[in-house]
Design a protein around this ligand. Structure first.
Ligand code: FAD
Length: 375
């Protein structure tokens, strides 16, 4: 370990040199989700073996310490160069802080290195068919039997569950008299446990990116509880700010790379007006400035909260603006071809849904940040 690398600019330079010298370019010809997942694990393994994935994570969980900003730099460089896709990579930024904060220290020390080194993937089991925006109404239940908890219920829209070894799962443990927000408990569940069924769901961009996950009398050891009984709502409130902000830093690098590709494609076509591209760039740049400030607040030790709903609204707006611009400037590409622009355009529609819908984020901004009351 080199403490000299704790300085962000030196870290970025050294990482860039390493990436230039160690070719992790994805093999050409296969753009399937299976291929993306294989590449994701390959890149993580190489980066972990060379220590890059360990910077910015605490030593208690297999990291090398240093400021949180270092891990943002790794994500930005890796995804911005097209070595990994932003979707699978973002799971690290969302799930790892929660494991570190809520798992028993021995469990975090055992499991976090497996995720960061690409030995395994995890998923986030929050949403249910009847509980998305209104997450507190979830019904998947866990009942204590001796040293174990027995889980029954169904989750849905669980991203990458078909590749996941384990799941951070929200369950209801309280009875009818327990207030909703004290009735939820989180577990770290092995997805190869008897009684778990994972069924991939096809998205409109034609990829099985998320899944239904069924739990049928699934026994979970008591020491896999994250926090204590009734801490699940607080865990969700602590996890969602990561899902609405820091995990976008590397996604933004991906969007900037796409913006550059767009500029190259429209050069010479004569279809571009400066204002089309300017609007897309302005939206991207605004998002990046906001996201940078959030990264620095996190690195400065501040706890992220409701203010990350602003990052989430800006992300959805910028991503959709960018691919609307592609639709306008490259006529027919999105409607008539199967190329990556079509995939990106369709997936950009999900940006105002995942991690909490745009309407719900605006409600949070109005009520909790602007104190505008309920209506
Ligand atoms: C690509 C993708 C990946 C996802 N990955 C995961 C994952 O890994 N794990 C996971 O747990 N979940 C995941 N989700 C689920 C996601 O969190 C939910 O889709 C989201 O929270 C919305 O819930 P819902 O789909 O049940 O819609 P609903 O909550 O039923 O909302 C339907 C509509 O009603 C609106 N609405 C609802 N309540 C209000 C309100 N109070 N005020 C105003 N409007 C309202 C919403 O904005 C929306 O337009 C993913 C979703 C997508 C699209």
């Amino acid at each position: 370990m080199s403490e000299a690398l704790f300085e962000p600019a030196a870290f970025r330079t050294a990482l860039r040199e390493w990436l230039d010298a160690n070719d992790l370019t994805p093999p050409p010809g296969d753009d399937s989700l299976d291929a993306h997942q294989q590449q994701h694990l390959r890149v993580l393994k190489a980066l972990y073996d060379a220590d890059w994935m360990r910077y910015g994570w605490p030593e208690s969980a297999g990291g090398l310490g240093g400021p949180d900003i270092l891990r943002a730099i790794v994500g930005e460089e890796v995804v911005g160069r097209g070595l990994d896709h932003p979707g699978p990579y973002s799971m690290l930024d969302v799930l790892t802080p929660t494991m570190i904060d809520y798992a028993r220290p021995e469990l975090a020390a055992e499991m976090v290195p497996r995720l960061l080194s690409g030995q395994e993937s995890w998923c986030q089991g929050f949403s249910e068919p009847g509980a998305g925006s209104d997450l507190a109404s979830l019904t998947t239940c866990a009942e204590q039997r001796g040293d174990q908890w027995v889980v029954n219920g169904q989750k849905v829209w669980t991203s990458f569950a078909q590749y996941a070894t384990r799941c951070i799962l929200l369950t209801r443990t309280g009875g009818p008299d327990t207030p909703n927000h004290e009735a939820i408990t989180a577990f770290f569940v092995d997805l190869d446990s008897p009684g778990v069924t994972v069924r991939p769901l096809r998205t409109m961009h034609d990829v099985d990116e998320f899944c239904e996950v069924y739990f049928d009398d699934v026994a979970v050891p008591g020491d896999r509880m994250l926090g204590n009984v009734g801490d699940g709502w607080q865990l969700a409130m602590d996890l969602l700010p990561y899902e609405r902000s820091t995990c976008f830093w590397q996604r933004i690098a991906y969007l900037y790379a796409r913006f550059d590709t767009l500029i190259n494609e429209v050069k010479g076509l004569g279809t571009a007006s400066d204002s089309d591209l300017g609007e897309a760039y302005l939206a991207l740049h605004t998002l990046r400035c906001r996201s940078r400030a959030t990264q620095h607040r996190l690195a400065g030790g501040q706890k992220l909260g409701a203010d990350t709903s602003i990052d989430k609204v800006l992300l959805a707006g910028a991503e959709q603006r960018l691919f609307d611009t592609v639709r306008d400037l490259l006529p027919g590409h999105i409607e008539l071809t199967d190329d990556f622009w079509r995939t990106d355009y369709l997936y950009s529609r999900a940006a105002s849904i995942y991690g909490g819908t745009a309407e719900v984020q605006r409600n949070i901004i109005a009520r909790r940040l602007l104190d505008l009351g309920k209506e």
